[in-house]
Design a protein. Structure first.
Length: 478
């Protein structure tokens, strides 16, 4: 099959196959991507686009050396603008605070070493605060399926760039759900690793919520997302929150057990806020899991629910203040009003409040430990629903909080997760599910998630392409 300039798939399997056969060159892919970006016009996806000629020069350098089988050779990617790229501006969604990065971290360096080609830096909720994609001075992205609906955030442009066929994967980050919510709203995959598995040294200032946030990956398939994770994961002795055991974690995508147990929230904890279509889709997901050999286990969700409330209704907002208070002092008048209102709450918490929250989280983690003895994964709706932009504008904080009820607790509890598409509502808007597992059980969650995603029969993002038959999995970096 001839790869189409206008619509050719950017999934890793397709590109690797074409590159290895010599039927496609990275420069042709780059030319196609920039033409696609031009056709979309002003879509608020990009904060900084690498100049076409510079991206082409990088592609031609690869071509001159010849295809060498590196796992990401010639693969185009984007990065959320909170990540530093040497020589490019970092804004964190605040143009007045922009600076030119002089260095980056281990994760981004490994992508370039693997032969990946950077297309640009993407839009985001300012400082990564929000699950909606609307708290930005660069214009709000939309779901690739409707201009009226939010893209999700805070990694908004990253998700749209993948779903729209403008890059193969995107490096984002996730503290409260930023690497999962946009995946659901754009029919793509979000891989959120265990905090500490990937070094956050590439993130501006090392991140604002260092104790829990993590670099994450958007991709078209689970195999693609995990192939990227394989490249960027690993212990980083220079980053204090990196975990030494990261070098030993399995990251392969295999076949799940023929029979396994999966949890879902029990009783009233399974909420959709009146979205009957979302409830229907989750019911179909449960049935699909049964067809895969899964045994349903209803899980008491109280401890997870309490944990998710602590993230924004507790002293963790004060951790952001360590980094952002000086920014507020210099640029207060330029900060998005909703973001400012949230950040101004940080001063109300004391050291006692912080330690009380630390202790409570430890108790809640202890309380849910037995849950994992009875299930392989916990399956939750990635979000309970999706909102229109005008709905978020009218009620920005409450609706944002509702979007996070199945995501906010995950990093606080040290879990990993893989968000995958689940289906479409009758109005054509997508929703997804997330498979959660204990820390460093990425392979376990991904293997079930990949099989689930394939069984949906859904096409990838908004590209119209089917799930590739050949796996994109690659050996772990040495």
């Amino acid at each position: 099959m001839v790869w189409s300039h206008e619509t050719g798939s950017l999934d890793l399997s397709t590109l690797r196959d074409a590159y290895s056969k010599g039927s496609l060159k990275p420069s042709a892919v780059v030319e196609a991507i920039y033409d696609r970006i031009a056709r979309r016009g002003e879509d608020s996806v990009w904060i900084h686009l690498v100049a076409r000629e510079k991206a082409l020069a990088a592609a031609r350098t690869l071509e001159a050396a010849g295809y060498d089988g590196r796992p990401l050779w010639g693969v185009p990617f984007s990065v959320k603008d909170c990540n530093d790229i040497p020589g490019l501006p970092t804004t964190n969604g605040l143009p007045e605070g922009a600076y030119i990065a002089q260095s980056t971290g281990q994760a981004i360096t490994r992508l370039f070493d693997a032969g990946a080609l950077l297309i640009g830096k993407t839009n985001m909720d300012q400082f990564g605060i929000g699950l909606v994609g609307m708290r930005t001075p660069y214009g709000a992205c939309s779901s690739v399926f409707s201009e009226d609906y939010i893209s999700g955030g805070s990694s908004s442009g990253s998700a749209v760039s993948v779903a729209a066929g403008l890059c193969s994967f995107s490096i984002a980050n996730d503290a409260a759900g930023s690497g999962r919510v946009p995946a659901a709203f754009n029919n793509i995959v979000g891989v959120k690793p265990t905090p500490g598995l990937v070094s956050n040294a590439c993130v501006s200032g090392g991140g604002c919520v260092k104790t829990i946030e993590t670099v994450s990956v958007f991709a078209l398939t689970v195999e693609d997302g995990m192939a990227v994770l394989e490249r960027i994961a690993g212990f980083d002795a220079s980053y204090p929150f990196s975990r030494p055991e990261a070098d030993k974690v399995r990251l392969d995508v295999g076949a799940p057990p023929a029979h396994f147990r999966f949890g879902v929230p029990k009783g009233d904890a399974l909420r959709f806020f009146g979205d009957i279509e979302a409830e229907r889709l989750f019911g179909e997901a449960v049935a699909r899991m049964g067809e895969m050999g899964g045994e349903l286990v209803e899980v008491d969700f109280a401890a997870f629910e309490e944990t998710q409330r602590i993230l924004y209704d507790g002293p963790w907002i004060a951790e952001r203040a360590l980094t952002l208070d000086p920014v507020l002092e210099r640029h207060r008048s330029h900060i998005h009003p909703v973001t400012l209102a949230i950040l101004e709450q940080s001063g109300q918490y004391s050291a006692k409040d912080a330690f009380r929250a630390f202790h409570r989280i430890a108790e809640l983690k202890c309380a849910v430990r037995p849950v994992w003895e009875h299930i392989e994964v916990l399956m939750v709706p990635t979000t309970p629903t999706i909102y229109r932009k005008d709905e978020i504008s009218a009620d920005p904080i409450r609706l944002n909080a509702q979007l996070g009820i199945y995501t906010n607790f995950v990093n606080l509890m040290g879990l990993c997760g893989v968000a995958v598409p689940n289906g479409f509502r009758a109005d054509g808007l997508p929703l997804g599910v997330t498979f959660l597992a204990p820390g460093f059980a990425e392979s376990q969650a991904a293997s079930i998630a990949a099989k689930f995603h394939r069984r949906t029969g859904l096409t990838l993002g908004a590209t119209g392409h089917s799930y590739p038959r050949v796996s994109a999995a690659s050996p772990r970096h040495s």
